[in-house]
Ligand binder design. Structure first.
Ligand code: BJW
Length: 233
């Protein structure tokens, strides 16, 4: 096998499932309990800010009770020990990669522990509830929203991600259903750049046929196994 020099990893909700964080599309997952258009669109927020702020307050509180699992910890080890270039992109808004030890995580859909002020556009680290309309720490306006990329909004740092996808020789997708774009299109992008593509998931994703290889099983088992293999070759 040719030497791997540049890896792009995309993670989704499945990597945090074994930490007790709900995924979106599973039976009983977040989208069965809440309507997407009510809680994950700018229009839903404009219609009923209380509902949306409460939804994210509930998820921020659940995150405080969760711990990283062996998959997060293995990727942090890869980030430290891999001699080539690695870009770890997550669709997750939790901070379990960071708490597992990863230092350079690109959160393309935003972060639960961050607030975005719609008046002064400043981002602030945020661990409290937002439903009571606390003031922005910078401009004092009571106009904070969760720093989350909703449907119809532009995910963060797309230029940097596409640049890395063009240059990578291995693309690995972990624990994502491949139902949401632009992330679902990354595998095709990487393939067209000549990269090898690998999927680690509990079940085949929607774009599974685009991967050179799919390994099925829980992330807490598959990811440490794969990281061991990369670091030992
Ligand atoms: C395990 C496991 C275990 C379980 N071990 N695995 C038509 C065509 C194409 C695009 C569009 C279209 N119509 C509209 C669009 C665009 C839209 C879109 O994609 N809609 C789809 C519904 C079709 N996208 C957007 O609007 C995005 N913005 C955009 O496109 O801007 C324009 C643009 C143009 C050009 C370039 C760039 C941009 C924004 C998308 C924002 C997504 N936001 C959300 C919610 C906010 C975050 C939050 O509240 O947390 O992000 S939606 C939700 O889905 C969340 C997730 O990050 C995202 C992906 O979900 P994920 O992670 O895949 O979770 P699940 O639950 O779906 O899957 C879990 C997987 O884990 C499963 O496969 C399980 O098997 C597996 N699993 N346990 C391993 N133990």
């Amino acid at each position: 096998m040719a030497e791997i020099k540049r890896i792009v990893i995309l993670t989704g909700a499945g990597i945090s499932a074994e930490s007790g964080i709900d995924t979106f599309r599973a039976a009983g997952g977040l989208w069965e309990q809440h309507r997407i258009e009510d809680v994950a669109t700018p229009e839903g927020f404009a219609r009923n800010p209380d509902l949306v702020l409460g939804f994210y307050d509930m998820r921020r509180a659940a995150l405080a009770r969760a711990e990283p699992n062996p998959a997060h910890i293995a990727l942090a080890r890869l980030e430290r020990e891999f001699a080539g270039e690695l870009l770890l992109v997550t669709q997750n808004v939790d901070d379990l990669h960071e708490r597992g030890g990863a230092a350079r995580v690109l959160h393309m859909h935003g972060e639960l522990r961050s607030a975005l002020c719609t008046s002064c556009e400043t981002r602030s680290r945020w661990d409290a509830a937002m439903q009571e309309r606390p003031p922005c720490p910078v401009c004092r306006a009571p106009t904070l929203r969760p720093d989350i990329v909703w449907f119809g909004e532009m995910p963060y740092q797309m230029g940097r991600i596409y640049q890395a996808l063009e240059a990578c020789d291995l693309f690995v997708s972990i624990g994502t259903s491949g139902a949401v774009y632009p992330a679902a299109g990354f595998v095709a992008e990487a393939r067209s750049s000549g990269a090898r593509t690998l999927e680690l998931n509990l079940e085949p994703s929607e774009g599974s046929r685009l991967f050179d290889e799919t390994r099925l099983g829980p992330a807490s088992v598959l990811v440490p196994e794969w990281v061991d293999a990369v670091l030992n070759t």
